[in-house]
Design a protein around this ligand. Structure first.
Ligand code: GLU
Length: 424
């Protein structure tokens, strides 16, 4: 390990170092075999592609894209693709490793992968976005496939983007291959319940945490940071279930109502105006301070690095449910643990999305589609069992929940590697 990697400040800024710090802690506690540890610590493959795209004004721009396959020990690599200006190889590598651990925590037969393209999707026209997506897919085409690596949506990638990936791959294969991506539109092999799955999974594990802590949803206040696919759906489902979502924090502001926000009205307002600001059903508050509001559940559902050594001491919640990937930095873990906050770690809390992606892939391969009740019932079963598995590890090893989730995941992946043996 380099000097840098052990530096807490570096771990706060670099998601890969944050992931590596957790990995090392969990592997150490499990007294993992040194060789297996070396295998699991590094990704199995990293692909960088330079993607030329014809812009609407006739110019050509070249975008940098990545696909990292962290592990295929338990099955095909699985994980989303994100489009954002601050995508970096370190971030994609961290996100890919989190997918390996996440799929192992929920015990679905996948490894972990992640992709990203450095771009600003909000200034690209639909045509430019389509050309970028198709060319990026073509550049990584020999590395993906239903049995190899199955992408999905992530930040700023939609059902439409998945449809373009599926079509590009299918055109190359000269046959329609729906199982190459998940998170597709319903009419193209998508699954019922997939758009809500991550938010629903967050709600299911929060309900489990409440039951353990002797709390009731009707008496529980929630602050949600991020109002996209994960935060927006979690807000909707949790408020329907009786939770009081008292604040929503977005990149451009925050809105608060002590009695609980009308989430349907807020979603409608955002749809109409493009923002949660100036919402009649709540007051605008400072977005940085909103994170520190007194509440029962804080649900970060945006980006990495929100709960840090600087912000963690000021949190005023009983439960943190991590809808985002990597919202808490490694140094902040210990602060949350000392404060006695019950953390539902990302690799468990937001695993509902990839779980229903797995259902989608199964349905595509069978060509037989399930109704929404069946999807939701199977999702609930997996989320509840996984929550209980993590809690069992936490009790057995006297570890906080994140460490326990990593230990559970590492154990499962290491077991698969040992069974397979090393191909030489
Ligand atoms: N991008 C989502 C995640 O981070 C979903 C991945 C998937 O469905 O493969 O879990």
């Amino acid at each position: 390990m380099s000097v840098d990697a052990a530096n807490p400040l570096a771990q706060e800024l670099n998601p890969w170092l944050a992931a590596d710090a957790r990995f090392n802690e969990a592997a150490g506690r499990l007294a993992m075999d040194e060789g297996i540890r070396k295998i699991l610590r590094s990704p199995s493959r990293e692909i960088t592609v330079y993607v030329p795209v014809l812009l609407d004004d006739g110019r050509i721009e070249v975008f940098t894209g990545y696909r990292v396959q962290h592990s295929i020990a338990r099955g095909p690599a699985k994980g989303g693709i994100r489009y954002a200006p601050d995508v970096s190889i370190e971030e994609v590598r961290a996100l890919a490793s989190w997918m390996t651990w996440k799929c192992a925590v929920v015990n679905i037969p996948y490894g972990g992968g992640k992709g990203g393209v450095i771009c600003e999707p909000s200034i690209l026209s639909p045509g430019e976005l389509e050309r970028l997506t198709r060319r990026y897919t073509a550049e990584i085409i020999e590395f993906i496939g239903p049995e190899k690596d199955v992408p999905a949506p992530d930040m700023n990638t939609t059902e439409q983007v998945m449809a373009w990936i599926m079509d590009t791959y299918s055109m190359h294969m000269r046959q329609t291959v729906t199982g190459v991506v998940t998170g597709k539109p319903l009419d193209l092999g998508g699954s019922r319940g997939r758009p809500e799955a991550t938010g629903r999974g967050c709600m299911i594990v929060t309900l489990e945490a409440l039951a353990r802590l002797g709390m009731k949803p009707e008496e529980t206040t929630v602050v949600i940071q991020g109002f996209g696919n994960v935060g927006g759906m979690a807000a909707r489902l949790m408020s329907r279930r009786g939770f009081h979502v008292i604040a929503v924090i977005e990149y451009d502001g925050a809105v608060y109502n002590a009695k609980g926000l009308d989430i349907e009205a807020l979603l409608q307002h955002r749809k109409e105006t493009g923002s949660i600001r100036e919402f009649a059903g709540g007051e605008e508050i400072d977005r940085d301070q909103a994170l520190f509001l007194e509440c029962d559940v804080l649900l970060p559902a945006a980006k990495e690095g929100v709960i840090t050594s600087r912000t963690a001491p000021k949190l005023n919640c009983k439960i943190v449910c991590e809808g985002a990937n990597g919202p808490t930095t490694a140094p902040a873990d210990h602060i949350l643990s000392e404060k006695g906050i019950f953390v539902i770690p990302d690799i468990l809390a937001n695993a509902g999305g990839v779980t229903v992606s797995y259902f989608e892939w199964v349905q595509d391969r069978q060509g037989f589609f399930w109704n929404e009740d069946l999807v939701n019932q199977r999702l609930e079963e997996i989320m509840v069992n996984s929550f209980r598995d993590v809690v069992k590890y936490s009790e057995k090893y006297k570890a906080h929940n994140r460490l326990a989730a990593y230990m559970l995941a590492l154990d499962r992946v290491a077991f698969a590697i040992k069974l397979r043996g090393l191909y030489a």
